[in-house]
Design a binder for this molecule. Structure first.
Ligand code: ASP
Length: 438
């Protein structure tokens, strides 16, 4: 049977009006069988997410400070949604029970998960469908990793009927029964795990934007959306700072080859962005898929005459980084030179000693430190095997007066990374966008 798993984020379920939109979306398509809600998110900029309020309740209790006023705000959010939608279920007993458990010192995981739990109960009532408590179906191993086999066998039993199910996001349970949550933003992960477990044809991720944009709209206003993107491209872009899905979302569905469709609850007709596991033939040769970047890197440029004759040079260099617990991002190299590109924050309080150790152990001729560097990744399968891409990119940078300080291209050819000075970052991103997209 063809079925969809549809996850709705916090902004899609923040109030009664959003619930109505979600209902319409779900009921339009009978294939939407498993619905995964987040807890209610912000209704406006100054608002506070339910999950944040729950974290606050837990913190208050741990510091022996009263929490009932905060819990009242949480209860009122749910009761207001129920009232406005005339949802018949009486939440007061459940809310009282949760309040008592929090007061009695319930675990952080239990407390944080109650937003999704309560929202799941509300939504299933409103949709007139079944509620599946995630603690009964999303199972973790003792060590905190997801028990996919067990989760799959729990969820498979619900595939036999025609019913629709609501499975709250963000949590599951450990073998001994206690609640365990995913990292923040983890309802995305629940959705992916459910999609894999029930072998969905598609994993829909409903949010408040119509998919991903080619680059940051703060840099390129009116920037175009990405229609299709492969998991590989997405990984490259999110690594370079594009804010996309929760990183762990990708893996369960990637393995199963299930596409993810990012859709907008407020604009359901918009096709959004489709994330696929294959190379996308729609993106034509010569095109790019996205541009992402980050500021504040430091480049350590190390030179040593006849470097390649010192067979232990790179090992010694990397051991020094390991000893200082400094992670690096890239190591572009040339004849007798090697550079380390490192996030500047990694080097706080460590730089002087690190350089000293490099001098002592690697005996370089020169170590230069270049702070305030930004990296920009231009990503796309359409770039591979296409002559002229680099020339177009570097011409664009040249024409806008950006000095390229570093170039790194993986052999896969789907990503060209350039290093520029922080001050040139926005100009560089905009010039690449204009060269390829406009
Ligand atoms: N409600 C949780 C959070 O705020 C999980 C989620 O929304 O995905 O992190």
């Amino acid at each position: 049977m063809k079925l969809k798993v549809s996850k709705f984020g916090g902004s899609s379920l923040c109030d009664a009006t959003q619930f109505q939109k979600v209902k319409q979306i779900i009921e339009r398509d009978p294939q939407r069988k498993f619905i995964v809600p987040s807890a209610p998110g912000k209704r406006h900029r100054e608002d506070i997410k339910i999950t944040d309020l729950l974290y606050l309740c837990h913190a208050q209790v741990s510091h022996h400070v009263p929490f009932t006023e905060i819990f009242k705000v949480i209860s009122e959010r749910f009761l207001q949604i129920a009232r406005e939608l005339s949802i018949s279920i009486d939440l007061s007993t459940t809310l009282q029970e949760i309040q008592d458990n929090i007061g009695a010192g319930a675990s952080l995981d239990y407390v944080a998960s109650r937003g999704e739990y309560l929202n799941g109960i509300l939504l299933s009532n409103y949709l007139n469908c079944e509620f599946l408590d995630a603690s009964d179906v999303i199972k973790f191993h003792e060590d905190g990793t997801v028990d996919l086999a067990k989760t799959q066998s729990m969820l498979e039993t619900y595939l036999q009927d025609e019913k629709r199910y609501v499975v709250p996001g963000f949590y599951g349970s450990l073998p001994e029964g206690s609640i365990k949550i995913f990292p923040r933003g983890g309802s995305d992960i629940t959705g992916a795990i459910v999609a894999k477990s029930v072998n969905a044809t598609i994993y829909e991720n409903w949010t408040d934007v119509s998919g991903f944009l080619i680059t940051d709209p703060a840099i390129v206003p009116g920037c175009r959306p990405i229609k299709t993107i492969t998991y590989r491209e997405l990984r490259e872009l999110s690594y370079m700072g594009a804010k996309v899905l929760h990183e762990e979302t990708i893996f369960p569905v990637l393995e199963a080859g299930i596409p993810i469709n990012i859709k907008n609850t407020n604009e359901p007709e918009n096709p959004g962005t489709m994330i696929t596991s294959y190379r996308d033939p729609i993106n034509p040769p010569g095109s790019i898929t996205g541009i992402a970047g980050r500021k504040d890197f430091t480049v350590l440029a190390i030179e040593k005459n006849l470097m390649k004759n010192d067979i232990s040079f790179v090992r010694k260099l990397l051991s020094i980084l390991e000893n200082h617990q400094v992670r690096f991002e890239h190591t572009p190299s040339g004849i007798d030179s090697l550079s380390l590109v490192i996030k500047s924050s990694e080097l706080t309080g460590k730089l002087d000693k690190l350089i000293e150790d490099i001098h002592v152990h690697c005996k370089p001729d020169l170590v230069e430190i270049h702070p305030n560097m930004a990296l920009i990744a231009t990503v796309g399968h359409g770039m591979a095997y296409t002559p002229g891409i680099s020339s177009k990119l570097f011409t664009a940078l040249y024409e806008s007066g950006v000095n390229v300080r570093m170039i790194d291209q993986g052999s896969s050819e789907i990503n060209i990374i350039v290093g520029v000075e922080n001050k040139d970052f926005e100009k560089a991103v905009a010039s690449i966008y204009n060269a390829f997209i406009v």
